[in-house]
Design a protein around this ligand. Structure first.
Ligand SMILES: Nc1ncnc2c1ncn2[C@@H]1O[C@H](COP(=O)(O)OP(=O)(O)O)[C@@H](O)[C@H]1O
Ligand SMILES: [Mg+2]
Length: 424
């Protein structure tokens, strides 16, 4: 389907214009600067894309309403009225009724189904790679898939960075120390020492008590007979003392020292066992982090491969055209490289033309119309290539180009002067 005729009323500088197109091939539209050429391109874009491409400044100053009627070579009539917003209707010629009947099922849906979204591929030359890539993804239905992969990739990469950082923080686990088992619990030895200390305390107290009792008996004796009787008394008191200490056990000084050194030894062994445990724990942590890092790396590689595949499956419609991992466009390995802030690639004009027309063809709907604004920057050879291509694939390529209007109007060229499309 091609646009065969365009009628424009009250759009920017154009009060009234009727333009007939000749069919597939390149249609030149020429005029001086500010004559209204771009306006014609915009009229086609609004016809196809409606509200999306409309700005209020498009209505001629002093007018309330602008109108575009586009006719196609298969008898469709697309009427667009721009006032505060855009209203569109599409009608099809009915042979039987001999008049145009509005298409059913929604105008926007119908127009979306036939338009390409790339009506002005040449305009893409100044659009950053990222925007072109995004548009290609959405046109080909790959954007959701790639967005999901990108989200997963970002998550894995973040995790991997954290894992790497944690691993670095742990450092080298070093050589393992001597393996030492934990000693049995210390409670028994400590209780034994407690008992020994209690024994010694009790011994000292009871000894003092016993000595006190004996001294009292000695002082109380007044006669030799009484002193002689004291000996068995002493033995008895000493015996009582021993009976009193007996529940506390029997511990020599050496026993206490032995218990003390047993406790010291226990703590030394326990420390070695703990050092060994700590080493094993650190080693395990390091091993786990190393393993996790490897798993994440493998997952990232798989996701990148999936992304490459999803991009390859998009079928960009242009031989040699690829979207790199950097989200930039490459054609036969040459970087296009236009970002929002710089141009770092080096596609030639003919390369851009080739690529964008290829994409235009790939993503075109039934409506096979492409608009090239500012076509004065294309050389004759490139125009020739585009002409051959357009005729071959059945596209109408409308080129808007700055040129002086000649005295004698050339056949096949449409001229515009001060908003007026000239009639032969
Ligand atoms: N709303 C408007 N009403 C009247 N003239 C307008 C309006 N908007 C833009 N213009 C005029 O239209 C001209 C630009 O038209 P344009 O299609 O961009 O020309 P070209 O592409 O040939 O350089 C300018 O002269 C500008 O002053
Ligand atoms: Mg222009």
């Amino acid at each position: 389907m091609l646009i065969s005729r365009l009628e424009i009323r009250n759009m920017r500088k154009i009060k009234q214009a009727e333009i007939d197109f000749h069919g597939a091939g390149v249609q030149m539209i020429e005029g001086m600067n500010q004559s209204g050429k771009t306006t014609i391109g915009q009229a086609i874009a609004i016809t196809m894309n409606g509200q999306k491409d409309f700005t209020p400044g498009m209505i001629a100053r002093g007018e309330e309403e602008a109108e575009i009627v586009a006719w196609t070579d298969n008898e469709l009539k697309i009427r667009t009225v721009m006032a505060g917003s855009v209203r569109q209707s599409v009608a099809r010629y009915d042979e039987g009724l001999r008049r145009h009947i509005n298409v059913a099922g929604g105008v926007r849906a119908f127009l979306d189904s036939i338009c390409s979204g790339l009506e002005q591929p040449w305009a893409l030359r100044d659009v950053p790679d990222a925007d072109v890539v995004e548009m290609l993804m959405s046109r080909s239905g790959a954007s959701e898939k790639i967005a999901a992969i990108d989200a997963a990739l970002a998550e894995r990469e973040q995790l991997r960075t954290e894992t790497g950082r944690d691993r670095k923080r742990l450092g080298d686990p070093g050589k393992p120390p001597e393996k030492v088992e934990h000693p049995d619990p210390i409670d028994g030895i400590k209780a034994e020492r407690e008992k020994a200390l209690n024994y010694q305390k009790a011994y000292a107290i009871i000894l003092v008590e016993t000595k006190g009792a004996i001294q009292k008996a000695v002082s109380a004796a007044c006669t030799f007979e009484e002193l002689e009787d004291i000996v068995p008394l002493l033995k008895k008191e000493a015996g009582n003392g021993r009976d009193k200490i007996s529940p506390f056990g029997t511990y020599a000084k050496a026993d206490v020292e032995a218990l003390e050194s047993k406790i010291t030894e226990w703590f030394e062994t326990e420390k070695k066992a703990k050092d060994y445990d700590a080493h094993i724990e650190k080693k395990t942590q390091c091993d786990n982090l190393d393993k996790q890092y490897k798993v994440l790396t493998a997952e990232i590689e798989t996701l990148r491969e999936q992304r490459r595949k999803a991009l390859a499956d998009m079928r960009l419609g242009v031989k040699g055209l690829e979207i790199g991992e950097d989200n930039m466009l490459y054609h036969n390995g040459v970087l296009r490289g236009i970002t929002k802030s710089e141009k770092k690639g080096n596609w030639s004009t003919s390369e851009s033309v080739q690529v964008f027309f290829g994409m235009g063809a790939r993503f075109a709907g039934e409506m096979k119309v492409l608009v090239v604004d500012n076509a004065e920057s294309l050389d004759a050879k490139t125009i020739d290539t585009i002409t051959q291509w357009a005729e071959k694939v059945g596209f109408l390529v409308i080129m808007l180009r700055v040129a002086e209007v000649p005295e004698k109007l050339e056949e096949g060229v449409i001229y515009i002067r001060e908003g007026e499309v000239l009639k032969k």
